[in-house]
Ligand binder design. Structure first.
Ligand code: NAG
Ligand code: NAG
Ligand code: NAG
Ligand code: NAG
Ligand code: NAG
Ligand code: NAG
Ligand code: NAG
Ligand code: NAG
Ligand code: NAG
Ligand code: NAG
Ligand code: NAG
Length: 553
């Protein structure tokens, strides 16, 4: 019939059909675009392009997060973080301490009697001022906040001083602590001068004694060991305290899903979805601080369970910005309640992710328990945030910062280069081997190519930090005849068995040493990279290949 029609009526009807088809296609297409935009619109997300997100949404069955795994952006790396103070803003507005500037020190006379040149009186206020001036000149990217009184060093002409500072480049605006040993001498006019400044954390006598507290839980499995805390880090687990407080709370609890032991990007995408739902429902999220690290980051190349969230992320910041409770504490309280009361705690079990957060909004149960027992990929936490829910739930990226213990290492590395260095990000690994998706990457990141391509952006003999997933340390040796090359492995002592990091994480881990794993390396590499003065990226700067594989840019 159709064939006949079009044969008998040559142009007119066909044209109309064609036009209406085109119109309909345009309509469908625009609806599609609007839908895609609606689905992919999220508040600022540190993970690059919406393309990566769309991919994640559309290829759910594989759920391979093709976002770059050699850098890790978290809330502190996005400019829109609410904690961010605008560039150049006064540091003192919301803060308890005021930045010390050159102006504060200008009109003080530093003259002293230098009769007894061998001995320095560290309590002399002029010694501190001399050191403050020295620091301001030496570390221009830092804001110095408050100093403690200098104390004697190990020799009569040495003083140890501690202070707190902020890095002007760091968006989290977190405070760090340094204590260094200074050798003090005299100028011709008998005023003090700094002869030598010690390295990062060299002023051991100025270090504040550490506070011992009995934490409620120290590692995922150890409840007895006392915890010695970094005096700047308070990431103890929040406790509810009383039965009544427990009963009056409202909780959102997710059972283990298919996300467990998947890559860290997958974990974060899921975790932030859950936290977003809890915030949307105005509930406390019951959180398992013991996470499973995927094999791609471990030395054993096997998935490893029992990694503490606090090894990687800033739990102190999280508990200040979001309402969370530790799963173990929560279980204890729940059990105790059910044992001691006739009336059990009301629990609403939700077996399917298709039950939307909007449907749960009115639920008054104390506990909403989401179960993820379906086969993959229906058991991924992040599926809760798909579809219409995406419009209501915002992932609270600002709640997620990197662990301050790792940031201390970042600060120490940047500090050892006096915050004056350039960096190149060299992505190799699997991508360099995959010639189909990244045909030129391997050649463009070869040692010869690097030497040639870095000449223009980076001046000779600058400190050059190489952030990379290339495992061979000597790979970058060719660069050493042009630059002072630094690699993460040059700083092994910062997580070695005499380091503060080692001591601290061991205590979190119930006395067992913690491996400095691949994921921690990525976190530290990322942040050192971001603090560089000039930054050369693999994609866009070193190679014309596309980040997500051929024909994606
Ligand atoms: C999922 O992964 C398999 C094997 O890795 C691949 O063949 C398939 O095309 C992928 N599916 C999608 C939608 O990417
Ligand atoms: C130094 O100058 C400040 C103002 O800039 C003033 O308040 C202070 O009293 C001065 N100190 C001395 C010792 O003159
Ligand atoms: C060191 O300086 C402080 C403050 O100026 C002073 O009180 C103290 O007596 C001095 N100590 C010595 C041994 O000179
Ligand atoms: C610091 O050293 C000076 C001189 O060596 C000495 O007089 C003073 O007692 C020492 N102070 C402390 C607190 O040890
Ligand atoms: C910590 O626990 C020990 C023994 O369990 C106890 O002797 C000590 O007083 C406690 N310290 C604090 C600060 O509670
Ligand atoms: C650590 O934080 C908790 C709240 O999470 C607070 O109750 C506790 O007093 C803090 N401890 C210190 C030593 O600041
Ligand atoms: C969230 O819960 C708190 C206390 O649980 C309550 O004060 C507040 O009004 C709630 N907010 C919303 C928007 O429901
Ligand atoms: C630290 O490690 C080195 C070599 O790995 C070992 O010789 C040393 O005994 C260790 N020290 C401590 C305190 O564990
Ligand atoms: C870590 O602990 C070891 C021994 O337990 C100690 O020798 C070392 O000085 C500590 N390191 C730091 C930086 O506190
Ligand atoms: C907990 O820590 C203590 C002290 O470090 C240790 O003696 C004990 O064996 C640990 N327990 C477990 C279960 O790891
Ligand atoms: C790297 O590429 C980006 C984007 O093309 C450009 O803005 C930046 O200046 C380049 N950096 C260097 C160091 O060449």
């Amino acid at each position: 019939m159709k064939e006949l029609n079009s044969a008998s009526d040559p142009i007119g009807q066909n044209l109309i059909k064609f036009i209406s088809n085109v119109c309909f296609s345009v309509f469908v297409f625009s609806v599609l675009i609007v839908t895609v935009i609606a689905i992919t619109y999220q508040p600022p997300d540190p993970w690059e392009s919406s393309r990566a997100l769309t991919k994640v949404f559309t290829q759910v069955e594989n759920a391979t997060f093709k976002t770059d795994t050699s850098v890790l952006k978290t809330g502190e790396d996005i400019a829109e973080s609410p904690r961010l103070a605008p560039a150049g803003a006064s540091l003192s507005i919301t803060d308890d301490v005021i930045e010390r500037t050159e102006a504060d020190l200008k009109n003080v006379s530093l003259k002293s009697g230098c009769e007894d040149t061998g001995v320095i009186n560290c309590s002399d206020p002029r010694v501190l001022i001399t050191i403050e001036r020295f620091n301001l000149r030496a570390f221009r990217s830092l804001a110095f906040l408050d100093y403690q009184h200098p104390v004697n060093g190990s020799a009569p002409n040495e003083c140890d001083v501690a202070w707190r500072f902020r890095n002007k480049k760091e968006k989290s605006w977190r405070k760090y602590r340094d204590f260094r040993r200074f050798t003090i001498g005299f100028k011709d006019d008998c005023s003090y001068k700094v002869i030598h400044a010690g390295r990062w954390h060299s002023g051991l006598n100025a270090r504040r004694p550490r506070i011992r507290t009995n934490a409620t839980r120290n590692g995922p499995r150890n409840k007895t060991a006392p915890v010695v805390r970094d005096d700047e880090i308070n990431d103890t687990l929040p406790v509810l305290g009383s039965d009544l407080a427990f009963r009056n709370g409202r909780y959102l609890y997710y059972s283990h899903g298919g996300d467990y032991c998947k890559g860290m990007n997958h974990y974060l995408w899921s975790f932030l979805c859950a936290l977003g739902e809890a915030q949307y429902l105005n509930r406390t999220f019951v959180m398992d601080l013991s996470i499973c690290l995927s094999s791609s980051y471990t030395q054993s190349h096997r998935d490893e369970e029992g990694k503490d969230f606090r090894f990687y992320f800033d739990f102190e910041h999280l508990k200040e910005t979001a309402s969370v409770v530790d799963e173990e504490e929560f279980h204890k309280d729940w059990k105790r309640w059910d044992k001691t009361h006739k009336k059990k705690i009301p629990v609403r079990k939700v077996a399917d992710y298709k039950v939307t957060p909007m449907q749960l909004k009115k639920d008054k149960s104390t506990i909403i328990l989401r179960q993820f027992d379906a086969p993959e990929p229906d058991n991924y936490w992040y599926r809760v945030c798909e579809g219409p829910a995406a419009k209501y739930i915002q992932r609270p990226w600002h709640a997620l910062w990197k662990s301050k213990r790792l940031m201390n290492i970042v600060t120490a590395i940047s500090g050892s280069m006096d915050w004056d260095y350039d960096a190149v990000h060299v992505i190799r690994g699997e991508k360099a081997q995959n010639k189909e998706l990244w045909p030129h990457l391997d050649a463009d990141t070869s040692p010869e190519a690097l030497v040639q391509k870095l000449q223009t952006p980076v001046m000779p003999w600058r400190h050059l930090y190489v952030a990379t997933n290339e495992p061979f340390y000597s790979y970058f040796d060719k660069l050493r005849s042009h630059y002072k090359v630094h690699l993460l492995d040059d700083y092994k002592e910062m997580w070695g068995n005499t380091s503060e990091w080692y001591n601290d994480t061991r205590l979190l881990n119930g006395g067992r040493p913690v491996e400095f794993d691949g994921y921690m390396r990525v976190e530290v590499d990322t942040e050192v990279l971001y603090r560089a003065k000039t930054r050369v990226e693999t994609f866009y700067n070193l190679t014309k290949d596309c980040k997500d594989g051929i024909n994606t840019c």
